[in-house]
Design a protein. Structure first.
Length: 245
């Protein structure tokens, strides 16, 4: 879905997206403040026309299996992968490494955090990565190093917005982890931190990562489901190329 399509849907739903563009109707291909505010309102009210919003994601150049070094994926019983952002800078910090297993930095390179084996679903071990409240056992924590100072409403990506390189690398990281640990790609097994409370019913104290993604040279707020759907679609396409046809 391109920006113009999103704006046309917003307009059809009666949202005010301004008077810019060739027809002075706000449809200009630029997701400015009015368009982003309208998207947020539409998603919050569950408008069917935007409920399944999925933004285009460029698949990573690296193959699905092989993005994450094999040494980072020790034997363990893992049930799910939860995707986060660090709410920090584009470089993985020592604190980031303490809380996650794999961190995607702003330039698309990977940084290793805690051993996945410490979060073993067969028995969590001392020193595990505490990335998701009451859901760390059997959960792999993948995080994008970004979004320092970000604000959800009104949306502001802060001083370290998510980069396209991070976003493009994410499906390859997830596909490799899912392949290694036999994790199916479903809303309950591959999800963002922002989806945990709504999907699994485990309270997360207002966490909203990941509910905004890179698009058209900036970032757009698409909501937890919108981001999650896009992540799962891109990951599934790498694991099963026929899905991308």
């Amino acid at each position: 879905m391109i920006v113009l399509d999103i704006q046309r849907r917003l307009k059809a739903l009666g949202y005010d997206i301004g008077r810019s563009g060739p027809n002075k109707d706000g449809i200009d291909g630029d997701l400015g403040d009015l368009s982003q505010t309208a998207i947020l309102k539409a998603l919050e009210t569950g408008k069917p026309a935007l409920a399944g919003i999925v933004l285009p994601v460029v698949p990573p150049v690296a193959p699905a299996v092989g993005v994450v070094p094999s040494a980072w994926m020790p034997a363990a019983k893992m049930a799910r992968v939860i995707v986060h952002w660090t709410a920090g800078a584009h470089k993985a910090s020592d604190l980031d490494r303490e809380h996650y297993h794999v961190i995607i930095q702003g330039d698309g390179t990977l940084a290793r955090g805690k051993s996945i084996a410490l979060n073993d679903g067969a028995g969590i071990k001392s020193g595990y990565a505490a990335h998701t409240l009451n859901l760390n056992t059997g959960s792999i924590g993948v995080s994008l190093a970004c979004m320092a100072g970000a604000i959800e409403r009104p949306f502001d990506p802060g001083k370290a917005p998510m980069t396209p390189k991070q976003w493009d690398m994410l499906p390859g990281v997830l596909a490799g982890l899912c392949s290694r640990y036999g994790i199916p790609v479903t809303p309950r097994t591959v999800l963002s931190h922002a989806e945990v409370q709504g999907t699994l019913g485990i309270a997360q104290r207002g966490k909203w990562d990941i509910a905004a993604v890179p698009s058209a040279g900036s970032m757009i707020y698409v909501g937890a489901t919108g981001a999650g759907n896009t992540i799962r679609a891109a990951t599934s396409a790498l694991l099963n190329p026929a899905l991308a046809a």
